[in-house]
Design a protein around this ligand. Structure first.
Ligand code: NAP
Ligand code: MN
Length: 260
């Protein structure tokens, strides 16, 4: 088995060393390029970066989150669990949960780009009103005016989406959620004003001429000096596979992160 460790340099060095030693002890190979298992050490942002690092070989990679003390939605384990995890891997005895990524086809005047996201994909313009036709499977839902529009996955529903007032999505749902960002609501302009959850076979599209708007996805953004015309968002067939603890509970995670 080939193991990689993903973490911020200068942080979590000690945990990374520990993973390395325990892996070598069991005869695993360390391979940053084509790992079977990636240990992501840090917080949720680190996990997002780890997934994007291995985006091209996601089908073959399993992720394990080792949390560094802060809470993490993508994390079931702490450094005390490392020897146990290694034994689990050695004995091929672990539980995997598969989560779909979001995918977007982003159309500019002179080129097209395809992006994938774990948490969410959004289009935002903080300085001028963004005006966009929002269509679902080619049926117009609304002409939106406001700061932006966001679509999240169940995994991402506890991130930006939650700050925007979106609903948490149970992790077993195969859906995506659309949430408006600061919609203008007055006597002249109307916007839906509530989150909207869609089944995974839908195509959510934003179209217009988006002067100054930016397409953001997870911790990344597209930085093109071209006229943005359309963003089509889908549930992707690409998935991220996460190794979870026996006692993995989404409810418990939500309680610990937001309620207690
Ligand atoms: P960041 O500014 O460090 O992230 C903001 C916070 O969101 C951090 O506390 C991060 O946890 C947490 N987070 C990320 N994904 C989460 C998830 N699925 N569930 C619950 N919390 C989550 O930026 P970043 O580390 O590059 O992460 C990018 C993500 O941050 C985006 O995908 C977006 O979801 C989120 N974000 C949120 C807001 C907002 O709430 N207003 C604004 C921008 C971005 P860690 O500290 O453990 O990294
Ligand atoms: Mn972060």
């Amino acid at each position: 088995m080939r193991i990689a460790i993903y973490y911020y340099k200068n942080k979590n060095e000690e945990i990374s060393k520990m993973i390395e030693q325990e892996a070598i002890k069991r005869g695993f190979l360390l391979d940053d390029h084509y790992p079977d298992v990636v240990f992501s050490v840090g917080g949720d942002g680190t996990f997002l970066r780890a997934v994007h690092r291995y985006m091209d070989i996601l089908d073959e990679v399993h992720f394990i989150g080792i949390n560094n003390g802060t809470l993490g939605f993508f994390y079931d384990y702490t450094k005390e669990d490392i020897p146990m995890l290694m034994d689990m891997l050695k004995n091929n005895n672990f539980k995997v949960k598969t989560h779909r990524l979001l995918k977007a086809d982003v159309k500019y005047q002179s080129e097209e780009e395809t992006i994938y996201a774990v948490n969410e994909i959004r289009i935002e313009n903080p300085f001028h009103t963004l005006i966009a036709d929002v269509s679902i499977d080619n049926q117009l839902l609304e002409t939106f005016r406001g700061n932006g529009l966001m679509v999240c996955s169940p995994l991402g529903s506890s991130g930006y989406n939650k700050s925007l007032g979106g609903a948490l999505l149970d992790q077993d749902l195969d859906v995506m959620e659309l949430k408006e960002i600061a919609a203008i609501q007055n006597n002249i302009y109307r916007a839906l004003g509530s989150p909207f959850v869609f089944s995974s076979d839908k195509d959510i599209s934003f179209s217009g001429t988006f002067n100054g708007a930016v397409v953001g996805y997870d911790h990344l953004s597209l930085d093109k000096h071209d006229v943005l015309l359309k963003v089509d968002i889908y549930c992707s067939d690409k998935t991220v596979k996460i190794i979870h603890g026996e006692d993995h509970s989404y409810i418990n995670k939500v309680r610990k992160s937001f309620v207690l």
